[in-house]
Design a protein around this ligand. Structure first.
Ligand SMILES: C[S@@+](CC[C@H](N)C(=O)[O-])C[C@H]1O[C@@H](n2cnc3c(N)ncnc32)[C@H](O)[C@@H]1O
Length: 238
């Protein structure tokens, strides 16, 4: 649902609010709107990509929201990764948020199985002037990750593809993670079902097992953030 919020710089905030439901599932609505309005706003190209993706219908719900996009852009700016990896690219919005903050010479490897959805991504990366920083690899992401050389190490990774493979993606990336590197994992709250004992379906149990594994993993420090559908941020202990 879109609701207005008092702020002087109108249009981009209004647009952001149109997408706020994906950003605010676990935060009281007014606070979510306020947070969105006081965060980095999507660029014109990002807004157009969000609008084009929305026309795809229900699958558009796979796209991260603008608040999470802003978080990923700010994090990328702070970490200054030389190599970033994305598992699950869809129409390219989260990749655009990361790529737009990469420094010259840095690279983002994107993994997806869909030529159709990533053809949309390619168009918007071109328009945003970041296509030369992105290496899109079509094929099962686990094959792509396992084929990566040991060097350079991964400085930033975002896992947002088929949930059943999360444990494999996590291990493949952790093995290749640079000291001080960060892994982001999306949808860890699964709409809150992981915290609800009334849900015992296979997908929810699998996400619980993955979350328990990360929380108990002595190799890493992690924090689960109630942004989007739940985002875990993980760094390897030095
Ligand atoms: C949730 S969407 C990614 C959304 C994207 N990060 C964004 O914010 O716009 C998940 C994507 O994972 C891709 N995917 C599913 N299984 C995969 C696999 N085994 N290997 C690579 N990509 C896969 C799908 O094609 C889909 O585009």
């Amino acid at each position: 649902m879109c609701r207005a919020v008092e702020r002087a710089d109108g249009p981009s905030v209004q647009h952001n609010l149109a997408c706020v439901s994906r950003d605010s599932a676990f935060i009281e609505e007014r606070a979510a709107l306020y947070a969105a309005a006081h965060s980095l706003q999507p660029t014109a190209v990002q807004r157009e990509l969000i609008a084009e993706t929305a026309k795809l219908g229900r699958v558009a719900g796979m796209q991260i929201g603008p608040l999470q996009g802003a978080f990923m852009t700010v994090l990328t700016t702070a970490l200054r990764p030389r190599l970033a990896v994305e598992v699950g690219t869809f129409t390219g919005y989260s990749a655009l948020c990361v790529a737009s903050a990469l420094e010259p010479g840095a690279q983002l490897i994107c993994c997806d199985v869909s030529e159709e959805w990533t053809s949309v991504a390619r168009r918007y990366w071109e328009r945003a002037g970041v296509a030369d920083r992105i290496d899109l690899r079509i094929g099962p992401a686990l094959d792509t990750l396992r084929a990566l050389p040991n060097e350079p190490r991964i400085d930033l990774a975002f896992i947002d593809a088929d949930k059943s493979s999360y444990p494999d993606y996590y291990e493949a990336i952790l093995e290749r993670l640079a000291p001080g590197g960060v892994i982001l994992v999306d949808n860890v709250l699964r709409g809150g079902t992981v915290a609800d004992p009334g849900h015992d379906d296979e997908a929810t149990e699998a996400m619980r097992a993955f979350n328990d594994h990360v929380a108990a993993d002595s190799r890493v420090s992690s924090v689960m953030l109630p942004i989007g559908d739940g985002l875990t941020m993980i760094s390897r202990r030095q």
